[in-house]
Design a protein around this ligand. Structure first.
Ligand code: ARG
Length: 433
């Protein structure tokens, strides 16, 4: 591509290698942003009409033409590729091709600097809403299974050593509460970044009184990002917070996946992962490997990497610097990959089948030592004395019923008092917001 939107008559021919380096994989990444860029450009055109910079007819022609662009983009007829420097330039070229000279008027009152910032904010709002939605679906499956399997005994571990009789109900409800927390976090961070940078242009504002508030409202933003310098300085900072929300979810998914991969091993034998989520070995005919669970576990690594990459890029002075372009790959890859993985989790969880007999049999008599100590306390002993007596009897304890043990665990949140309704109502309150 040689027809850069910033080309002046005097511009020397630009070295193709330099331009390819500067663009990086920007046009490819901008495919994810183009729909948001188009929406923002349409709102900007309508705003310019309110300012009298465009006539109502011109703005309308632009909006219609950009709808066509979006349709052509979605059908694959319009390809965002190296013919363009980036998605922003592609929109302007499309408008100029379709409408002639009027097309070039779209860029009054804005710069690619606020154009990319607004597209990224819209993208993050959209993806955080999806994140909240998928976390809610995960929590819903966990809650349903907590209810259905609330009394199924499971040996509880600390330090990966057997600890006390526990239940599938407690295990499921624990993961449910984690993902409910993540629904809330995605919502709060989505709200925090719900501010429009559009109309701050290159970082200094423009020479006419843009209807920034109207444009922000048109785009569904809750407020304006007021200061033009901060609109640029917030790039990367905003992305980091969006990644915080994502990595809260991938971090919890890492633990959940770890549990499953342990429980599915032959040594535990507690759970069967549905075959649809497993693959075979190319050499060992006996294998069915839980690859999905493992790649879900490693999603978090990508978020951690993305955050580290952003932190490294952001060592910058105030205002727009081209380095900021390098905040995009980390954000976009982490969100696209993260959401694709999280989206598999509800079906994976719904398809797990537990081996109740194995879990029950794994609860050795020694796991009831704490129950015994508590019983002795009930008979009037001090806890320390009861502890010592139970410890002395560990090797001679009779096998007890894990179900009876679970019934005694009545403290709020514990096996006999899971408070699932509290978790349910918190989730539904969050979803109503
Ligand atoms: N691809 C650029 C970015 O993400 C778009 C803004 C370009 N602005 C500029 N002044 N060269 O930052």
């Amino acid at each position: 591509m040689t027809n850069y939107i910033w080309k002046k008559d005097s511009t020397e021919a630009v070295d193709g290698r330099v331009m390819r380096f500067l663009a990086g994989d920007d046009v490819v990444l901008d495919r994810l942003l183009l729909p948001f860029d188009v929406r923002a450009s349409q709102a900007h055109a309508r705003g310019l009409a309110r300012n009298g910079v465009l006539s109502a007819d011109q703005a309308e022609a632009m909006v219609v033409s950009m709808n066509k662009l979006l349709a052509a983009f979605e059908s694959g007829e319009f390809l965002l590729d190296e013919r363009f420097e980036d998605g922003h330039s592609a929109i302007e070229s499309w408008l100029t091709d379709q409408l002639g000279e009027i097309g070039g008027r779209i860029h009054a009152g804005r710069s690619r600097n606020d154009q990319v910032a607004v597209a990224l904010r819209l993208y993050m709002k959209d993806r955080l809403a999806r994140l909240g939605e998928v976390c809610a679906r995960i929590a819903t499956v966990c809650l349903a299974r907590a209810e259905a399997e609330k009394d199924v005994p499971l040996p509880g571990h600390t330090h990966l050593q057997q600890a006390m009789p526990s239940s599938l109900g407690l295990w499921w409800a624990g993961h449910a509460e984690a993902f409910i927390d993540n629904v809330e976090l995605a919502g709060r961070i989505g709200h925090w970044l719900d501010a429009s940078p559009l109309g701050t242009a290159s970082g200094f504002g423009v020479n006419f009184d843009l209807d920034r508030d109207g444009v922000a409202e048109d785009l569904g933003f809750a407020r304006l990002l007021v200061n033009p310098q901060y609109a640029q300085n917030a790039r990367g900072k905003t992305e980091l917070r969006a990644l915080d929300a994502l990595s809260a979810a991938t971090g919890d998914l890492r633990r959940l996946s770890w549990d499953l991969s342990l429980f599915a091993s032959q040594e535990f034998g507690f759970v069967r992962i549905p075959a649809a989520f497993c693959t075979g070995s190319s050499i060992m005919p006996n294998k069915l490997n839980p690859d999905t669970v493992e790649l879900l576990r490693s999603l978090h690594a990508q978020c951690v990497g993305a955050r580290a990459e952003l932190e490294a890029v952001l060592s910058l002075p105030s205002g727009y610097q081209r380095d900021l372009q390098d905040t995009k790959p980390a954000l976009l890859r982490a969100f696209e990959r993260g959401l694709a993985g999280l989206d598999l989790v509800p079906d994976l969880l719904a398809g797990l089948s537990w081996n109740n007999q194995t879990m029950r049999a794994a609860i050795a008599p020694a796991l009831h030592a704490t129950d015994l100590a508590n019983e002795l306390v009930g008979q009037g002993k001090s806890f320390r004395e009861a502890y010592r007596q139970a410890a002395a009897e560990i090797d001679t304890l009779d096998r007890r019923s894990p179900e009876d043990s679970l019934k005694q665990r009545v403290s709020p949140g514990a096996c006999a008092n899971l408070r699932l309704e509290t978790l349910h109502s918190r989730l539904s309150n969050l979803l109503q917001k």
